[in-house]
Design a protein around this ligand. Structure first.
Ligand code: PLP
Length: 391
């Protein structure tokens, strides 16, 4: 790797053979060989070097997906990176690879709602028990570990409530109890946090968000260490989860500017957070206030902050909070995040899921903002006008 990660993202994957700065999109179901001997040679190479991109069928990938996987492997400092058609596909693959009927898993309470549904409801049908832990009270994690516990699934920060956890402590609890660990690192990406280096066995990023950066692609990545590689490789082959080459190309293109976009998302978010912190009826769910637990936990592990934040708004009038959100002119309303544009959502029960440790009073409301790449002064003006509507 070149000295600087930023330089690496600009210079990687040039294609001198085709004389193109970006690698071509290689689409293939059939991968064609010159002879049967050539097929066998490739298959032998794949056995010896399973991460080397020696494919004999399109479902395993083509050079386009292999290039993306290699770039992400460098970014993650991992043993390998598996690519999936969506971020949620990577969540599924991580769990499906290591958890079997009779096992138990422990999941962070503020996890992304579909992950919660998968672990809490769906896995139950396969005799896999899920318990949830309080992100700020790791005794609830330790006390739930049993001899059957196979995996601790962390999401950091937690979806919607943006709780930053003591990742080092979670890892030492896992190590002591010989339990595997996975983390959903979509918020930070390996640009701000490198979970495999920290000691996690698996690290998930929804490439739909900051990697692609333009709200027009879906994809996922699952970085793994050597310990779990074989299990994930086996599961990957039987699930048929594959990222298409066109999406892989767009994600690779997005990565060229990942650092520039994330630096700007962070700068804009800090300006917006500075502005919002003046409001007494708003508790900012963003690593901003220096003396807060969230700030300390973020500072301990992350080198930066992305653009997704929560606002816990105190108001006895729910409709006025919805009116505030609905009146914003520069924020779009919709799911997903991580694109160039700002977004807003009023987080009702359906977004929060069936959370055990979310203590939200009747007069407290959660609003999620994604701070995009617009001029932050315009975003602040928009927010300032609309915040007046909260009663
Ligand atoms: C934290 C987190 N993890 C995973 C996902 C799933 O990613 P995808 O939408 O690419 O399936 C999302 C989607 O919003 C998310 O917010």
């Amino acid at each position: 790797m070149t000295k600087s990660f930023k330089t690496f993202l600009k210079h990687t994957a040039k294609d001198y053979h085709n004389q193109s700065v970006n690698p071509p999109v290689v689409r293939a179901s059939t991968i064609i060989f010159k002879s049967m001997q050539d097929i066998r040679k490739t298959q032998d190479k794949a056995k010896k070097d399973p991460t080397g991109g020696h494919f004999d069928y399109g479902r395993q990938g083509t050079s386009t997906t292999h290039i993306l996987s290699k770039i992400l492997k460098t970014m993650e400092e991992s043993h390998h990176v598996f690519l999936t058609p969506t971020g949620f596909g990577a969540v599924f693959l991580a769990i499906f690879s290591v958890v079997r009927p009779g096992d138990e898993i422990i999941v962070a309470d503020p996890t992304y709602t579909p992950t919660r549904i998968l672990t809490q409801d769906f896995l139950k049908e396969f005799n896999i028990k899920t318990t949830f832990y309080d992100p700020h009270n790791l005794k609830t994690l330790e006390k739930n570990i049993s001899k059957k516990t196979k995996l601790i699934f962390v999401e950091n920060p937690g979806s919607n409530s943006f709780d930053f956890q003591d990742l080092g402590k979670i890892l030492s609890i896992a190590k002591k109890n010989k339990v595997l660990t996975a983390i959903d690192n979509t918020w930070g990406t390996p640009y701000f946090l490198k979970p495999i280096k920290l000691g996690f066995d698996m690290s998930i990023v929804s490439a739909t968000k900051y990697y692609s950066g333009h709200s027009d692609v879906m994809g996922g990545s699952l970085a793994v260490n050597k310990k779990v590689f074989k299990d994930v490789d086996k599961a990957n082959k039987v699930t048929g989860l594959r990222l298409g080459p066109d999406d892989a190309y767009l994600i690779t293109r997005g990565l060229r500017t990942l650092d520039i976009r994330l630096d700007k998302h962070e700068k804009n978010s800090k300006e917006v957070a500075n502005f919002l912190s003046k409001y007494k009826n708003i508790k900012l769910l963003y690593p901003h206030k220096k003396d807060s637990l969230n700030f300390r936990m973020w500072k301990k592990y992350y080198s930066g902050a992305s653009g997704l934040m929560g606002l816990k708004i105190k108001s006895k009038n729910k409709n006025s909070v919805i009116k505030f959100v609905n009146s914003l002119k520069l924020f779009g309303y919709g799911y997903s995040w991580g694109g160039f544009e700002s977004l807003a959502l009023y987080q009702d029960k359906r977004e929060q899921g069936n959370r055990q440790y979310l203590k939200l009073a009747n007069d407290e409301h959660l609003v999620r903002l994604h701070i995009g790449l617009e001029d932050p002064k315009d975003l602040i003006d928009d927010l300032k006008k609309c915040l007046k509507l909260i009663k």
